[in-house]
Write a protein that binds this ligand. Structure first.
Ligand SMILES: [Zn+2]
Length: 421
């Protein structure tokens, strides 16, 4: 077995007692005990690599039994899990483990005026962990949260007047902010730092930033509601490469799936070889830091069943996004009683005001272009041409002004599943 953890055995050793304790906690869960027989241990990286990976459902089973509580201060409950299925709950102590993040990653300092634009409430953790980081940095904090589209103009004017230097949010939400600023001619010359978490970075954001806030640079965090922040990057790192923090082990399996083990002594969720569904591998970052970094290659759970065939949503989206003029695409699957009745690809065809110049006018928003793209995608995607052989009209392509986003997190998922009544 190849051991491919992001920490050396010497660096991990002093913290492995945390993994050992987590293993004991998992063993105490009746439904999971059989998976962790006595000969398995977590005393070494080799031992850890021999443990079975933990899936989302396993973690929920464990949490329901363990009901963790913080030793000091409060225990916070957050909602984890995707856009489908019943809400799942994860736990974190006050502070959200951000002291460990701040010790190694300080995008903010006392001179910053930081806008926390992650939505607060509805049991989502991002706003709170960003607040904890900003608190540790001693900067000025504007706790903005979610803002409706029609309020962007007023708020942007306010933020410009306050000479904000930093903003943080989900890339899909930041994109709305900066596209609006660009379209309306508003500029944020003081802005230097854009913190992001929750989704992959979007290249269109960099395009808008270059106009709206040319001195701004991106600072990324990577993690999940179960693991909290696992790694970070700086403007010198590629947007999909993150440096794991010392309290986190990242392991890449031979099949390219990543799993995560938390070595923070305060850990509440039993995160031991936990698979988030993210794929990727260990790499060397061109920023020059010598230790192994993690390249995130997107999610591996992108295959959805359509009439008994697997449809690779990411692949379909990538195909649609290769079309000139398509900024982003999203797949909407409609089902009735568990059977797919239709698949629609929504294509975002540009910004609110593309203005003159190359790119303007080349969007596929004429009926002929949309039909051509529809035919191309249909023919090139085996699952679609097979599943909808007898009702090809059930596969559609539709230009839209905005994609469907999650009202709680602001994230724009690649796949939206709708149940027809
Ligand atoms: Zn780097």
């Amino acid at each position: 077995m190849t051991v491919s953890f992001s920490l050396s055995p010497e660096a991990a050793a002093p913290r492995l007692h945390v993994a050992r304790r987590t293993l004991e906690r998992l063993r105490s869960v009746p439904a999971l005990a059989e998976r962790y027989p006595g000969h398995l241990d977590a005393d070494s990286l080799d031992g850890l690599a021999g443990l079975p990976p933990l899936a989302k459902d396993d973690l929920n089973t464990a949490l329901a039994h363990l009901e963790p509580a913080a030793e000091q201060a409060a225990t916070w409950l957050f909602q984890s899990g995707g856009s489908t299925g019943a809400p799942k709950v994860g736990y974190a102590p006050t502070g959200f483990y951000m002291a460990g993040v701040h010790a190694h990653w300080q995008p903010l300092d006392r001179t910053d005026v930081f806008v926390n634009a992650w939505g607060a409430g509805r049991m989502w953790g991002a706003h709170f962990l960003a607040a904890a980081l900003a608190d540790l940095s001693g900067c000025r904090i504007i706790a903005l949260g979610s803002v409706a589209k029609e309020e962007f103009g007023d708020w942007l004017a306010f933020l410009a007047a306050r000479k904000v230097t930093a903003i943080g949010g989900t890339p899909s939400v930041l994109r709305l902010w900066f596209a609006h600023a660009r379209a309306t001619g508003l500029r944020l010359p003081s802005l230097r730092k854009v913190l992001w978490l929750g989704e992959a970075w979007q290249p269109q954001l960099a395009d808008d930033l270059a106009v709206v806030a040319p001195r701004a640079r991106r600072w990324g965090m990577f993690g999940s509601t179960e693991t909290w922040v696992v790694g970070t990057n700086t403007p010198h790192c590629p947007a999909d490469v993150f440096h794991p923090l010392p309290d986190h082990l990242v392991h890449a399996d031979a099949d390219g799936l990543l799993d995560f083990t938390t070595l923070d002594p305060e850990v509440l969720n039993p995160v031991l070889r936990y698979r988030t569904g993210d794929a990727g591998g260990l790499t060397t970052c061109p920023c020059g830091r010598p230790e192994p970094a993690v390249r995130i290659a997107g999610r591996r759970d992108s295959v959805v069943q359509v009439r008994g065939l697997g449809l690779d949503v990411d692949e379909l989206i990538a195909r649609a996004e290769r079309e000139p003029g398509v900024a982003r695409a999203q797949v909407v699957l409609t089902e009735r009683g568990g059977r797919a009745t239709g698949v629609e690809v929504l294509v975002l065809t540009g910004r609110p005001d593309p203005g003159p110049g190359p790119g303007a006018g080349s969007s596929p928003d004429s009926a002929a272009d949309v039909e051509r793209l529809r035919k191309e995608l249909f023919a090139a995607t085996f699952t679609l041409s097979t599943a909808f052989q007898h009702d090809p009209e059930s596969f559609r392509v539709r230009p839209v002004d905005e994609l469907v986003s999650n009202g709680r997190t602001g994230k724009t998922a690649a796949l939206v599943v709708r149940e027809e009544s």
